[in-house]
Design a protein around this ligand. Structure first.
Ligand code: ADE
Ligand code: ZN
Length: 322
């Protein structure tokens, strides 16, 4: 058995971002929508930088027009995750892409996604839970609508609230109302920080929003005091090395700070973010980390234990996955 064969826990996956390009092309064909501009001649997603990636992502999402599309997408995602040895996954679901923030529509999308997740669990044994996510560059008002959708559907399946999107737009603190609303509803919290903004964004995420996990968080490495603070607080980083490399943060795996963060006592986990966009899978992330840092089975077992500990699901679900 190689390290890539180990069972894996993934905490950071965007539902729309996990849509294979062929799946999106098929929907575009069915709906007679011309999306040729977002694909390379080889059929991969085509983008040149982070903001362009976000617009290609949003263009691809335009053909995910209803609950049925999300049901099909969920089956496709979980088949791929299970084939990569993922046993537990948390996916970011955005009401903005599932009914535009309308609560009644959101309920229908969520029911279809949960239904498909149940089917995939019965077939492949993989367990999925949802983290409702607002999109930062859509602004605080849209984030409020997302938080209200999250608060109304919280339970043992919708387990968290988070924020993705362009970290260059606004500040973490602009979204305080939404994170307070989600926390009061009993949801666990995470936000993207320290990906395209520096250490201050990570500091604001833990101190102002009060999140217990950070999406990426890798640029904390630029501030040794912050690295200590994250280690002391026990904040878990949802690190996505392959994503960071494709989006130009680091030239390769060997230059990625995940090993230095881990060695400084920060809780790190590994995820794929938007796997087909970044030509990656959970297997590949493990293989590349093994190659770059010599991480062995024990290291990956510890990484998975950290991830399961930081998972937002209830204890029964955690025990079932162990
Ligand atoms: N949405 C999807 N992928 C993202 C990323 N890597 N950063 C911020 N928002 C995202
Ligand atoms: Zn992400």
């Amino acid at each position: 058995m190689t390290v890539a064969d180990l069972p894996k826990v993934e905490l950071h996956l965007h539902h729309e971002g996990a849509a294979p390009p062929a799946f999106i092309r098929q929907l575009a064909h069915e709906k007679r929508v011309d999306l040729s501009g977002i694909f390379t001649s080889d059929g991969a997603y085509d983008f040149r930088d982070f903001t362009h990636f976000l617009s290609v992502y949003e263009a691809a999402s335009t053909v995910l027009t209803g609950p049925e599309e999300f049901r099909r997408l969920t089956i496709a995602i979980l088949e791929e995750s299970a084939a990569n040895g993922v046993v537990y996954s948390e996916t970011f679901l955005s009401p903005d892409f599932c009914g535009g923030g309308d609560l009644h529509a959101w309920r229908d999308y969520l029911a279809a996604i949960q239904d498909a997740a149940g089917e995939a669990e019965a077939k492949h044994g993989i367990v999925l839970r949802g983290v409702v996510t607002c999109v930062r560059h859509f602004g605080p008002d849209k984030a409020k609508a997302a938080a209200l959708c999250a608060a109304e559907t919280t339970g043992d399946w919708v387990v968290g609230f988070g924020m993705g999107g362009n970290e260059g737009v606004g500040k973490q603190g602009d979204f305080g109302w939404s994170f307070d609303c989600a926390r009061e509803a009993g949801l666990r919290l995470t936000t993207h920080a320290g990906e395209f903004a520096g250490p201050d964004s990570v500091r604001d995420a833990v101190r102002i929003l009060g999140v217990e996990r950070i999406g990426h968080g890798v640029r904390a490495i630029e501030d040794p005091d912050l690295v200590h603070e994250l280690a002391d607080r026990g904040t878990t980083l949802e690190v996505c090395p392959g994503s960071n490399i494709v989006l130009g943060l680091y030239p390769n795996f060997a230059a990625h700070p995940i090993a230095r963060l881990r060695d400084a006592g920060v809780k790190v986990t590994v995820s794929t973010d938007d796997p087909p966009f970044f030509h990656t899978t959970m297997r590949r992330e493990y293989e590349m980390l093994h190659e770059a840092f010599g991480w062995a089975k024990e290291d990956f077992a510890a990484l998975n234990a950290t991830a399961l500990d930081a998972a937002f699901c209830d204890g029964n679900t955690r025990d079932r996955v162990k």
